[in-house]
Design a protein around this ligand. Structure first.
Ligand code: KG4
Ligand code: ZN
Length: 339
């Protein structure tokens, strides 16, 4: 039989629903919101409205694809935070109505922990390794960059974080300077594959410990472009791929440098990636190379589990359900949320 959990994700600009039976994923539907592209970034008010339009059809589709009837669902898990408050409210309110109507418990999920727990989703064929505890996870998303020691499915310790911009923000903001559409990360990644990563160099931060900083890189990229454009107005167009490749290499180097030091400091060789930026091809290959050198056992999520999705909410909900950790009826979303 197994425990069936419906997962709901609405923290930013993706409306998603997924169904899981124990650790086995039965469906994962994601509706992305194109409305933000013309504004060059997520407009919170428009995101909330789009979630409101999408949530019922997305849940319906996830249940149909899973072949699960409403009365078979044991609990509904939802993202409580962190994220955009108006977006989170849509998922939270939907969850409350759904759970009241079916008389099933609600489970609140921290979006960041959920990104990490994708590594425990079982694929349809039942294959796939899972990391052993404790493992070290580099969590890189649009809003967060963290080095996390994962002690078990519930206890996680953040040992490093960005003190300013997240890695995803650095990708997106620099991509915007190159004239790429929003979100720029994936576009920059594609462009980088055609360029020379050694063509330009940009300043890297010198920060003690395991913390990151990306705002200086963004500024140095901006000033570099501004100076070059004074000499040659076509500089960006003529060097676009090389600029993308060089910038990507710089960001990947910064990320890998602290990851390497944190792994050595904690004596951990089980290393995982998570979050939207873990889709980056440069970061994925850098981890494979490093693993070869250092004998790391690495875990890289499938592309569909890198950016926001409800499968990660459902798997986290499964583990909380095992412990009977349910949310109360007056639960409210939180824009900032720690673990
Ligand atoms: O985890 P996520 O979907 O949302 C947040 O929780 O923030 O991450 C979105 C971020 C965006 O900044 C996006 O540009 C970045 O992930 N991203 C990438 C790639 N794919 C997504 N960045 C670099 N290379 C990629 N291939
Ligand atoms: Zn995310």
């Amino acid at each position: 039989m197994g425990t069936i959990i419906l997962g709901i994700e609405s923290s930013c600009d993706d409306t998603s629903a997924a169904v899981i039976r124990d650790r086995e994923l039965l469906s994962n539907v994601v509706a992305s919101q194109d409305v933000h592209v013309k504004y060059g970034g997520v407009v919170p008010e428009l995101a909330s409205r789009a979630h409101q339009q999408n949530i019922v059809p997305v849940v319906d589709r996830a249940l149909k694809l899973a072949g699960v009837a409403r009365n078979q669902i044991d609990a509904v898990a939802f993202t409580r935070g962190p994220g955009l408050l108006g977006s989170l409210l849509v998922g939270t309110s939907f969850t409350k109505g759904f759970s009241a109507a079916l008389d099933i418990p609600m489970i609140e999920v921290n979006h960041l922990q959920a990104h990490i727990l994708v590594h425990f989703i079982q694929s349809q064929d039942g294959a796939g390794r899972v990391p052993e505890f404790p493992f070290l996870c580099l969590l890189v998303s649009g809003g967060h960059t963290q080095l996390v020691v994962v002690k078990d499915h519930y206890e996680m310790e953040i040992i490093g974080r960005s003190i300013d911009d997240a890695a995803g923000e650095a990708f997106d903001k620099c991509a915007k300077l190159l004239g790429l559409p929003y979100p720029g990360g994936p576009h920059l990644d594609k462009l980088a594959s055609e360029g020379d990563p050694g063509k330009f160099t940009f300043n890297k931060p010198r920060l003690q410990g395991f913390d990151y900083s990306f705002s200086g890189l963004k500024t140095s990229f901006l000033y570099f472009l501004r100076d070059q454009l004074k000499e040659n107005t076509d500089f960006i167009e003529q060097n676009k791929a090389d600029l993308a490749a060089s910038l990507q290499l710089t960001i990947v180097d910064i990320l890998m440098n602290k990851l390497r030091r944190a792994a050595a400091n904690r004596g951990i060789s089980q290393i995982a990636l998570a979050g939207g930026v873990s889709a980056n091809s440069g970061l994925r290959s850098a981890l494979v190379l490093e693993a070869d050198k250092r004998n790391w056992d690495i875990f890289i999520p499938p592309l569909s589990f890198t950016t926001d999705n409800a499968a990660m909410i459902a798997i986290t909900g499964y583990y909380r359900h095992l412990k009977g950790e349910f949310a109360s009826e007056d639960v409210a979303p939180m824009a900032k949320m720690y673990f």
